[in-house]
Design a protein around this ligand. Structure first.
Ligand code: ATP
Length: 354
C-alpha cells in the first residue's frame, strides 16, 4: 500500500522580480512526497530545487499555488509553526557553542525542560555517533563531524519532515560516500520524511526511494531510481541521468527505421519522427556480418578497469558508445578501424517523441 502524502506542492508558481527581469523559478510545480520516504529533487544548477525547499520550509511564499502538510494547507504558516526542519549546505552551526549545545538549541528555543533537552541531545548524539565529542566546540570539528552535528540538531525537535539542501556537497568524495550511507541509515531509523536536494545524479540514484527530476522550474518526471534510469520520460531526463545514445529515427507500426540506416523492432512508443534512446551498457558488439545487426566501425576504445567504453560510428557517421564489461580472462582484441555489428539488448530501447 502506498504511504499517505506528507508534503504536497500543488500548482506552485514562484516568480522573482518583475517585468523584463522576472524569473519564474518554479513554473506550476505539483508533487506529493509520501510519509517516511527519502525523496530527492534532482536537477542542474538554477532549476528551482532550493526555491521549492524554501517554500516547503516557509522561508518564501509562493506567487500562487498551495503547500500542504498531511493534507492541511500551510501556505500561510510561518516557518516556526511548521513541523519541518532544514539542514543547509553551510551547516549554519554556532561555532562558539559545544556540540551538545548546538544539538539542544532548537529544544531550548521551544522552552523544553532541561532534563528533556539533556535526554534528547544524548539520544541524537548517539544516533549520529558523536557521543564522545559532546563537550567539544564545533569550530574544533572536521567537516564530516560538523555535518553530523547539523543533522542531529535538525532531528532533535523530531520534525515530521527534514529538508536537506545539498548537505554533502562540502565534503570530499570518500566522506561524502560514507555520509550517504549514514543519511540513509538515519532516515530509516527515524522514519522521518526526507526531502533531499542534489545536482549529483549518482547520489540521487543510490539514496532515494523516489526522485523528482527538475529542469527550468518544472518537474519533468517523478519515480523510483530504476524507473527514472530505465524509462526516462524525455531527452532531458535521459541525458541528465547517466549516459545515453540518441539516434534519430522514424517509427511506424512497431518498426523503427534509423536515419543512420538499419531497422529495430520495438513495442509501443510514439509514432512518426522519434529519437531512439539506448544506454551504452545495453549496446552489444556482434560480428559485423551477423544478420539484422547494425553496421558500425570502431573509432576509439577507452579502458576504465571495470569496463571499456567503445566509441563506434554508424554508416552516416552517427556516434554510438558501447560499454563493454571487462572480464578478467580475456582481452576482446578490439582495435580502432575494425568493423563491428551492433545489437541493442531486448527491451532496452526507449522511443522518445520529439
Ligand atoms: P543551485 O543548485 O545552483 O542551488 P537551484 O536549482 O537550487 O540551483 P534556485 O536557487 O531555486 O535553483 O534558483 C532558481 C532560479 O531562481 C534561478 O534562476 C535563480 O537565479 C532564481 N532565484 C532564486 N532566488 C532568487 C531571489 N531571491 N531573487 C531573484 N532570483 C532568484
Amino acid at each position: 500500500m502506498t504511504a499517505p502524502t506528507a508534503v504536497e506542492a500543488r500548482n506552485v508558481v514562484k516568480a522573482f522580480g518583475q517585468g523584463e527581469v522576472a524569473v519564474r523559478a518554479l513554473d506550476d510545480v505539483s508533487v506529493g512526497i509520501r510519509r517516511g520516504e527519502f525523496f530527492t529533487l534532482l536537477g542542474p544548477s538554477g532549476c528551482g530545487k532550493t526555491t521549492l525547499l524554501r517554500l516547503i520550509a516557509g522561508f518564501e511564499a509562493p506567487t500562487s499555488g498551495t503547500i500542504l502538510l498531511d493534507g492541511r494547507d500551510i501556505t500561510a504558516d510561518p516557518p516556526n509553526r511548521r513541523p519541518i526542519n532544514t539542514v543547509f549546505q553551510s551547516y549554519a552551526l554556532f561555532p562558539h557553542l559545544t556540540v551538545a549545545e548546538n544539538v539542544g538549541f532548537g529544544l531550548r528555543m521551544q522552552g523544553k525542560p532541561r532534563a528533556e533537552i539533556g535526554n534528547v541531545t544524548a539520544r541524537m548524539l548517539a544516533l549520529v555517533r558523536l557521543e564522545a565529542l559532546a563537550g567539544r566546540r564545533v569550530a574544533q570539528l572536521s567537516g564530516g563531524q560538523q555535518q553530523r552535528v547539523a543533522l542531529a540538531r535538525a532531528l532533535a525537535p523530531q520534525p515530521r519532515v527534514l529538508l536537506l539542501d545539498e548537505p554533502l556537497s562540502a565534503l570530499d568524495l570518500k566522506l561524502r560516500k560514507e555520509m550517504q550511507i549514514e543519511l540513509k541509515r538515519l532516515q530509516h531509523e527515524t522514519g522521518i520524511t526526507f526531502v533531499f536536494v542534489t545536482h549529483d545524479q549518482e547520489e540521487a540514484l543510490t539514496m532515494s526511494d523516489r526522485i523528482g527530476v527538475m529542469s527550468a522550474g518544472r518537474i519533468l518526471q517523478i519515480g523510483p531510481p530504476r524507473e527514472i534510469y530505465t524509462r526516462p520520460a524525455n531527452r532531458f531526463v535521459a541525458s541528465f541521468i547517466g549516459e545515453t545514445n540518441f539516434l534519430p529515427a522514424r517509427h511506424a507500426g512497431g518498426r523503427v527505421t534509423l536515419e543512420a540506416g538499419g531497422e529495430l523492432a520495438v513495442e509501443g512508443g510514439p509514432e512518426g519522427q522519434v529519437t531512439v534512446a539506448v544506454r551504452p551498457e545495453q549496446v552489444r558488439l556482434v560480428p559485423p556480418d551477423e544478420p539484422g545487426a547494425l553496421r558500425a566501425t570502431i573509432r576509439n576504445l577507452v579502458y576504465f578497469g571495470t569496463d571499456t567504453h567503445c566509441h563506434l560510428a554508424l554508416a552516416d557517421g552517427t556516434e554510438v558508445v558501447a560499454r563493454l564489461q571487462s572480464s578478467a580472462s580475456d582481452d576482446p582484441g578490439l582495435e580502432p578501424g575494425q568493423p563491428a555489428g551492433l545489437r541493442f539488448a531486448p527491451g532496452a530501447v526507449q522511443l522518445l517523441g520529439d
